[in-house]
Write a protein that binds this ligand. Structure first.
Ligand SMILES: NC(=O)c1ccc[n+]([C@@H]2O[C@H](COP(=O)([O-])OP(=O)(O)OC[C@H]3O[C@@H](n4cnc5c(N)ncnc54)[C@H](OP(=O)(O)O)[C@@H]3O)[C@@H](O)[C@H]2O)c1
Length: 343
């Protein structure tokens, strides 16, 4: 495993983070990753040198199950060896039906949630605490003041921001600086080679401010592994794929991850993978790790140990400039417009 410094923090993490979104999650009455499988995956990640784990208070059925599985696994490990990130924002159902203050980024909810998160993980601090989304209802100053208190109390080491517009991220950083508050050091956007939206402005903010970028769904939920085939030339959302994979389980799969451009990018990734005797999953992850302007640490979300083993191979790969650029070029419109630009 290779290690990198997480943006401007002093924290050293593996080049891949391990994501635990599907731990204990019930889809159609089936638990996707049960406790035993979750621990086998964490063991495999650990054995491969991954020291960075991503979770959230709302992961699992009921919410909190993912954090609980990780906490049980941590009982047999030294907490100081592991970098743990969790998140807050979404309605939390872990205590039953969520009440009016069981969501968002207000002081009351954040302070209650950090206590539950620390308890389930069996730790007295988080290395990284993300806001999972932007909260339209709560002034960002209130959230930043609350998070700053958590840092100063030692409950959280660094702050992160997931899934927001470039202007929101910029505003939050400005509010921190203007008010002497802790600032976000790490971001977590949806970003992968086949992503249909352009997040160039967002990445420019991260580069300028030296914020680490930890992309989620770096394999587009499995689409960029190449295990799905296009089923209709006129409809990019029509696909065939293995039974039991996310594409067959999750209704939102095609809306989230499939697009005309996505298939074009996948073709290029497959061609680069052939040249390198690698797999499309490895090339897709490597393309993220090799981003030039930011420290980029993809959050891989394998469901099986074999998948994880394959994905970790991305660390030993190297793309030539020409191979990297071919994937970038496939992200452009035929007109030359940037990915996702509507003008
Ligand atoms: N901040 C946020 O809002 C947010 C949102 C989503 C996720 N996340 C974080 O990001 C992490 C990763 O997200 P993700 O699960 O969507 O990531 P992903 O890497 O895009 O997709 C992972 C899925 O792809 C399939 N897969 C992975 N490697 C494979 C391989 N080598 N061969 C074949 N199939 C493979 C598996 O699903 P199947 O086997 O079922 O096909 C696996 O569960 C999450 O665990 C979570 O920590 C954050």
């Amino acid at each position: 495993m290779e290690y990198t410094t997480l943006g401007r923090t002093g924290t050293t993490v593996s080049q891949l983070c391990f994501g635990t979104w599907r731990f204990g999650r019930e889809t159609g009455g089936v638990v996707e990753t049960d406790r035993e499988q979750a621990h086998a995956l964490l063991d495999a990640a650990w054995d491969h040198g991954i020291n960075f784990i991503d979770t959230a208070n709302v992961y699992g059925t009921p919410n909190g199950t993912s954090e609980r599985f990780i906490g049980e696994w941590l009982d047999d490990h030294d907490r100081e060896d592991v970098v743990i990130a969790s998140k807050v924002y979404f309605p939390f159902d872990g205590r039953g039906e969520p009440g009016p203050n069981d969501s968002g980024l207000g002081r009351k909810h954040v302070r209650a949630q950090i206590e539950g998160t620390l308890e389930r993980l069996g730790t007295d601090y988080l290395d990284l605490y993300y806001i999972h989304r932007w909260d339209e209802e709560t002034p960002i100053e209130e959230t930043l003041r609350t998070l700053t208190d958590l840092v100063r109390e030692g409950k959280v080491h660094h702050l992160g921001a997931s899934t927001m517009a470039a202007w929101q991220l910029t505003k939050a950083l400005w509010k921190s600086d203007a008010n002497g508050l802790e600032r976000f050091d790490v971001t977590q956007p949806l970003f992968h080679a086949g992503y249909r939206d352009d997040i160039t402005d967002y990445l420019d903010v991260c580069a300028d401010q030296d914020l680490a970028v930890c992309p989620y769904s770096p394999l587009a939920g499995g689409f960029l592994t190449g295990k799905y085939e296009r089923a209709d030339e006129d409809d990019p959302t029509a696909f065939e794929g293995p039974h039991g994979a996310r594409g067959s389980l999750d209704d939102r799969f095609e809306d989230y991850y499939l697009s005309e451009r996505g298939w074009r990018v996948l073709d290029e990734i497959r061609s680069v993978a052939d040249e390198l005797d690698a797999t499309p999953a490895q090339v897709s992850l490597r393309w993220l790790i090799e981003q030039q302007s930011v420290t980029c640490v993809p959050i891989v979300g394998a469901r099986t140990v074999d998948q994880l083993q394959e994905n970790v191979g991305a660390v030993d790969l190297s793309l030539s400039d020409e191979q990297f650029d071919r994937i970038v070029d496939a992200r452009y419109d035929e007109s030359g417009a940037r990915w996702g630009h509507r003008s």
